[in-house]
Ligand binder design. Structure first.
Ligand code: B12
Length: 215
């Protein structure tokens, strides 16, 4: 079976909520030499986009979103160690990462974290539904080079904007580069709130972070 066929089978298994098949196909893909990042970029991304369309079309509901989240988490348990294994061991800089207030999505954030660690960043993950106060406290005490925020639901965007204001008010803004990612985030939003960068996906985000620390 070709690599593209294996990825298609993975997508089909996730969309059909077949966790056993998804795990089996993922393990087969790895055994046949498929790069873990290809499974994320082509498999997970496409599967979640199909599930999202079905959710919007009211073919799928919350239980399917929850199940899809669980399936992807088990895939990431297989892929995580493989990505880190091939990673860099020099510490490039420190990143504070978290999902913004009001948002419980963490799959994308966790992928970004894995990639950052694989590249050699030290990452402190504050988790999900992180308040501005918690982000500010972590920046004050840990002095990271980069603040990475994930926002998947539109209602979290005003919270990210409030966080940027709080960074200015506490005089910490000049000390950190801020990158924001997640489906509802746009370049215009980033400009409006005065963050430094937007990332379409994890690879894009990691490349920006690498550019910053290697400048
Ligand atoms: C799985 C899922 C869930 C799971 C989450 C499980 C988990 N542990 O994360 C559960 C069931 C909990 C869930 C709940 C809800 N969800 Co939901 N969910 C999804 C779904 C289908 C997939 C998200 C996902 O994991 N994608 C896979 C990852 C790999 O992609 P990603 O998150 O986009 O991350 C990539 C990039 O965006 C980027 N990235 C992301 N963050 C960051 C951060 C940085 C710094 C960088 C550099 C890059 C980066 O890199 C990642 C890897 O490439 C999306 C659909 C979608 N298209 O996103 C809806 C979606 C996000 N959910 C949605 C909704 C509405 C909800 C609920 C409100 C439903 C409800 N009525 O209760 C709740 C919200 C609860 C809350 N307060 O957060 C909407 C949001 C609409 C909006 N714009 O506001 C979406 C878009 C579905 C839809 N089409 O309507 N959901």
């Amino acid at each position: 079976m070709t690599e593209d066929n294996i990825i298609s089978q993975y997508i089909k298994a996730v969309v059909n909520m077949d966790i056993e098949m998804a795990n089996k196909v993922c393990e087969d893909a790895i055994a046949k030499g498929t790069h873990p990042i290809k499974i994320i970029q082509e498999g997970i991304t496409k599967a979640t986009s199909i599930i999202s369309d079905k959710f919007e079309a009211e073919e799928y509901f919350i239980p399917e979103l929850i199940m899809a989240g669980e399936i992807i988490k088990t895939t990431m348990k297989i892929l995580d160690p493989l990505i880190k294994e091939n990673g860099d061991t020099n510490v490039l800089g420190k990143v504070i990462i978290g999902t913004g207030k009001g948002d419980l999505h963490d799959i994308g954030k966790n992928i970004v974290k894995t990639f950052l660690e694989a590249e050699g960043f030290e990452v402190n993950d504050l988790g999900v539904d992180v308040s501005s106060e918690k982000f500010i406290e972590a920046i004050r005490t840990e002095k990271p080079e980069i603040l990475a925020i994930s926002a998947l639901v539109s209602m979290t965007l005003p919270e990210v904007s409030n966080l940027m204001k709080a960074l200015e008010e506490t005089n910490l803004r000049k000390d950190v580069k801020v990158i924001v990612g997640g489906a509802p985030v746009t370049e215009d939003f980033i400009k409006d709130i005065g963050a430094d960068a937007y990332a379409r996906n994890a690879i894009d985000g990691i490349n920006t972070c690498l550019r910053w620390v290697k400048q």
